[in-house]
Design a protein around this ligand. Structure first.
Ligand code: NAP
Length: 308
């Protein structure tokens, strides 16, 4: 089998931190080009835009879109129209409905559209899902708090409309939640804190539930300093299950059941290679719908301005 020749589009923090290494480590995948207005990678063909890449670039089979969400839909449409498979960083869009035409284009062209949720590939997520499948769930609490200055230094887009603000990391927690719980969940209330000088929330408290009225709460905050919190705690009839460190560690009543090193992005590329072999798509919009509903239902407060 020949390698899936992939071009990274938008060579910023996540492309550097994760995608380049993950592609190099994935059998059947090869990095063939970079398209980014300002950044490039030595020894690889470089193009300023995806249009240039698609018209003048070397032969490629796929693009991995690592740009901010506000520009990804148009890039995905251009790539699918050119017959390329498309991998989308999370969140898959700035709105839910914008994914519909992309899904249809991919199906018509028999090309893969892969809306990734990297946190779902954290090593303890599947063990947690399997453990919960046979327990009665009493409540769920998510505590997802990180320092925006560490993880998104100087990223103006995250504070613009469509940038999601604190939901950019929060949606990772929601992607795990919607994977590990046996029933689908929905938002019933939300409190959103917007900095006076920004268009996206810096903190959010969500109340969710499911058809069985299970109480589910989530606290997201971008103002965390010191230790970071990426924890989900599920109370069940057979003990307290915790997923911590973003899904890397699972414990029951404090005893570690599963812990493994992070291979989230390698898993994503393994899956992308498998999907592209048949042109199958994988687009689950459940986490994005929860974020959209949080904005629909959210009570807004204005808090002090945020300066980078
Ligand atoms: P980033 O550092 O800002 O990188 C994105 C790159 O896209 C920029 O460096 C820029 O490169 C290009 N870009 C920015 N605005 C553009 C525009 N208007 N048109 C075309 N290209 C543009 O952001 P990131 O942290 O890598 O995040 C990118 C995506 O990955 C986000 O959706 C984020 O949620 C996701 N993600 C991020 C992290 C993280 O830890 N940061 C983790 C997981 C997932 P040029 O200036 O060279 O064009």
């Amino acid at each position: 089998m020949t390698d899936l020749r992939i071009a990274i589009v938008g060579f910023g923090k996540i492309a550097r931190d994760q995608h380049v290494g993950a592609i190099a480590a994935t059998a059947g995948a090869a990095l063939a080009a970079v398209a980014s207005r300002n950044a490039s990678l030595s020894n690889l063909p470089h193009f300023a835009t995806i249009e240039e890449l698609l018209h003048k670039g070397p032969p490629i089979d796929a693009v991995s879109l690592c740009t901010p969400p506000q520009v990804r839909r148009a890039q995905a449409a251009a790539a699918l129209a050119a017959g390329k498979h498309v991998m989308l960083e999370k969140p898959p869009g700035t709105g839910v409905a914008e994914l519909d035409p992309l899904i249809a284009m991919a199906a018509d062209a028999k090309r893969t559209l892969f809306a990734t949720w990297h946190s779902r590939y954290a090593p303890a997520v599947e063990p947690a899902r399997e453990w919960l499948a046979t327990r009665r769930i009493r409540s769920v609490h998510i505590n997802w708090k990180e320092d925006v200055r560490v993880w998104h230094p100087g990223q103006a887009w995250i504070w613009e409309p469509g940038g999601l603000g604190v939901f950019d990391p929060g949606i990772n927690a929601l992607s795990i939640l919607t994977r590990i719980l046996p029933k689908s969940v929905f938002v019933t209330a939300a409190e959103l804190a917007f900095p006076a000088n920004r268009q996206a929330p810096i903190a959010a408290n969500l109340t969710l539930t499911d058809i069985g009225d299970t109480p589910i709460t989530a606290e997201f905050d971008f103002r965390q300093t010191g230790p970071q919190s990426w924890d989900i705690v599920v109370e069940t009839d057979q003990g307290r299950m915790s997923l911590s460190r973003g899904g890397r560690v699972m414990a029951v009543d404090g005893k570690i059941i599963s812990e493994a090193p992070d291979e989230e992005y390698r898993e994503l590329y393994r899956r992308f290679v498998v999907l592209a072999a048949t042109g199958a798509s994988d687009v689950d919009l459940a986490p994005l719908r929860l974020v959209a509903d949080s904005f629909l239902l959210g009570e807004r407060t204005i808090v002090e301005p945020f300066m980078d």
